[in-house]
Write a protein that binds this ligand. Structure first.
Ligand SMILES: Cc1ncc(COP(=O)(O)O)c(C=O)c1O
Length: 471
């Protein structure tokens, strides 16, 4: 639980991040903050010192504290125009070899896909699990096999209703993380050899699933800030018999791209009209820095063609492996596949999450988590602005915990990853995010895992390595 001054500091960071407080704006005086927040002057001073130490604000003698100028902002990375031909996918070996070190505790895990587990309410979850299991009616153990615990599915449906999705409990199937939700969804609507439209770059887990199911990929232009380009998708659909699309409209991994609402609506209309299923991966949506959770494409689904997949792995309970799919017209097919595969998800894990949703303060936890991530992003952006050479392009996602860097073409991301590994820092090179390894001078950086100090010093090291690589 953050202290009072950390909470105040992260509120201010959020105001800076969402543009409410702009460069040069004066922060409320200590006396004003004491009055408005009901905290002590010492708390306000601590918060302001913290922000000052992080380079976000500056004290001007006798005038107060001001939001500091960001160094000149970097340009954003460019869209890569993917090849239009269908491709076989074979990425697993390279993904394994690159991501192996991520799990080593000695490494600064800039290459990891997970946020720092210390940011999660693990103790409360464990207590919830304990009390739910003690009160368990033994018959429930079998009832909670696929499609999953009824109370959990009810809680999920309620939550989704509040987020603009009207999803019946009976279309929700609980899965082992989002990964299984995505993979069952894909399996439900394809056969080996079929074509699947994906983003470029995309999450390597998507590529690995295509590889395992022997599906072929058609990459669609994906803008680093606005995601899938609808025109490009329409063209792909004209050219190829696409059987399914797998997209991440909210805080895409690895780009952090957020599709505008109008594009999400068009996307669902385009696909529903052609009766093409959309597999929507929405695992990062709760990690928004703006005023509200971005809508999923599922919010525009009238005819059940969208399979909305998510999990608690990134937002509440990493390692519990609790995810779900709201599967629309494909729900019974997916429930059947789940039963035929692994029967169901561990009941204690389902109960722990369900108990937390019902009694715990999920939204309160999320507020802290989002602030912590927004704070880290600000800090990382500053370090990169200052320590990376000219020509490095950088995203500024409005949520999640990834940054995507397009480095000058001279820099080989795989060689950079090797050099970083020798200094006990992991990176996720762009190479693992596409079937044709096109993103060869790009890297994805996780700002949500390392401690803030480790993050800053590791980024400086990477900046130096990039400079050397360019020399
Ligand atoms: C975009 C994306 N989808 C899905 C997953 C997998 O989620 P889970 O751990 O719930 O299976 C990840 C995890 O890295 C991810 O980044």
């Amino acid at each position: 639980v953050p202290t009072k001054y950390e909470a105040l500091a992260s509120d201010i960071v959020n105001l800076i991040a969402d543009g409410t407080l702009k460069m040069g704006d004066r922060l409320p005086s200590v006396r004003e903050s004491v009055a408005s927040r009901g905290v002590s002057p010492a708390t306000v001073f601590e918060a302001y010192y913290l922000l000052e130490a992080r380079g976000l604000i500056e004290a001007r003698p006798r005038a107060g504290y001001f939001v500091k100028a960001m160094p000149r902002a970097r340009e954003e990375p460019r869209s890569a125009l993917p090849g239009t031909a269908p491709q076989d996918v074979a990425v697993h070996d390279i993904v394994q070899s690159v991501l192996g070190p991520v799990r080593n505790r000695e490494f600064v895990p800039l290459g990891s896909a997970f946020p720092n587990p210390a940011l999660f309410p693990l103790e409360r979850l464990a207590r919830g699990m304990g009390s739910a299991m003690r009160r368990l009616d033994p018959r429930q153990l079998l009832e909670d096999l696929s499609p999953g615990n009824a109370e959990l599915r009810h809680q999920l449906a309620l939550r989704m209703l509040g987020q603009g999705m009207s999803v019946g409990t009976d279309e929700i199937v609980v899965t082992s993380g989002a990964m299984e939700a995505l993979s069952l969804s894909l399996q439900a609507v394809t056969r080996p050899g079929d074509l699947v439209a994906i983003e470029a770059p995309t999450f390597y887990g998507c590529l690995q699933t295509l590889e395992r199911l022997r599906l072929r990929a058609v990459e669609v232009e994906t803008h680093p800030r606005t995601g899938i380009q609808i025109d490009a998708l329409a063209e792909t659909l004209r050219r190829h018999p696409i059987k399914a699309c797998w997209f991440m409209p909210n805080f895409q991994n690895p780009l952090g791209a957020l599709m505008p609402v109008s594009a999400k609506r068009e996307l669902v209309q385009l696909l529903s009209h052609r009766q093409i299923p959309l597999i929507e991966d929405d695992v990062y949506a709760e990690l928004y820095f703006g005023p509200e959770r971005p809508l999923p494409a599922k919010a525009f689904d009238r005819d059940g063609w969208v399979m909305h997949c998510s999990s608690f792995s990134k937002s509440l309970a990493p390692g519990y492996r609790v995810g779900w799919v709201s599967a629309g017209r494909f729900a019974s097919r997916i429930e059947r596949l789940k039963l035929m595969g692994t029967l169901g998800v561990s009941v204690p894990a389902q109960l722990a999450v369900s108990h937390f949703l019902k009694h715990g303060a999920f939204d309160k936890h999320l507020r802290h988590l989002r602030s912590a991530l927004a704070l880290r992003q600000q800090r990382a952006l500053r370090v990169i602005e200052q320590h990376f050479p000219e020509g490095a392009r950088l995203t500024r996602p409005e949520g999640g915990y990834f940054l995507w860097l397009e480095l000058p073409e001279k820099v080989d991301a795989m060689a950079l990853t090797e050099a970083a590994r020798a200094r006990h820092i992991s990176l996720a090179p762009g190479t693992i995010f596409s079937a044709d390894r096109r993103f060869a001078h790009h890297v994805r950086i996780n700002i949500g895992h390392p401690s803030e100090e480790a993050l800053e010093s590791a980024l400086r090291v990477i900046g130096k390595l990039v400079t050397q690589a360019m020399a």
